[in-house]
Ligand binder design. Sequence first.
Ligand code: TYM
Length: 334
Amino acid sequence: PTRVLTGITTSGTPHLGNYVGAIRPAVAASRAPGVESFYFLADYHALIKVQEPARVQRSTLEIAATWLACGLDPDKVWFYRQSDIPEIPELTWLLTCVAGKGLLNRAHAYKAAVDKNREAGEDDDAGISAGLFMYPVLMAADILLFGAHKVPVGRDQIQHIEMARDFGQRFNHLYGEHFVLPEAAIEEHVATLPGLDGRKMSKSYDNVIPLFAPRETLRKLIYSIVTDSRAPGEPKDAGSSNVFQLYQAFASAEETEAMRGAFAAGIAWGEAKQALFERIDAEVAPLREKYEALIAEPAKIEAILRAGAQRLRERYAAPRLRALREAVGLRDLA
Ligand code: TYM
């Protein structure tokens, strides 16, 4: 079967960008015939950004409840927490020893942190942890351990998947064909969902719309989206509008074309935002209800995650690591 794998970092509350970029396509993919899916909570990755234990735990619960509310079936899909699989950090070390440092120097997240230091007149690496630098290697271990063919992600993650291919290829070259080389699966029309201010929707920009914000909060947030100052009746440019891009991510092709026409005909911003709110709420409201019920039962969620990790270790992670340890010349622990 085709193996599909993706993760979400447990560093905050899930937002519409996570939903359209990863969760919605991943749940749809998991229902296709001939697909084996792996969806997980990247809590080791969260430690790179968040050093508040309570926040990591809360976010883990929220993101798990979100996956389940969005239709993930834990009996049909591998669903687990990254830190429940000790084989992942173990593989991270094996990959660290074949990963090119020069390649890691070029990772976007690391480079952005260095650029920020330079602008502030600081040393290049001031305040940057080795964890941030190694982020792509941990992510490669997530993907390569389970032999994923396809990784549904937003555009911001493409570079990480290319790096996973690179590390996997080097390992294969040195030790034989152990790893499948993964490919990113990007939904073209929602590759980067804009946030309230028009930049990429991201926790780090503080411009997110939480996926399960209460209805009235959702309405207020949508009305606060930044637009240009064109008056009602003046034609508006759909191509450059974040209201339009958000609408497109939630509407059918016909609805999107009708909205493009309305933009050209000068729809008022208030009216466009109302249509956007109604479209998003129609899709999210039934999921929000399930989410509220799930989040009220953390013990149930915990049991699902533990059972998932245990089965996955037995079925894949432990035997895979055994073969990889042997391949590089380490002793079999069994
Ligand atoms: P994270 O937690 O930042 O985001 C989770 C997923 O949501 C997508 N996404 C977006 N998509 C479209 N528009 C946006 N504005 C937007 N914001 C976020 C991301 O592209 C991602 O698909 N490193 C990953 C987590 C991870 C992972 C993995 C993913 C760890 N290991 C292995 C795939 C495979 C991350 O931080 O995603």
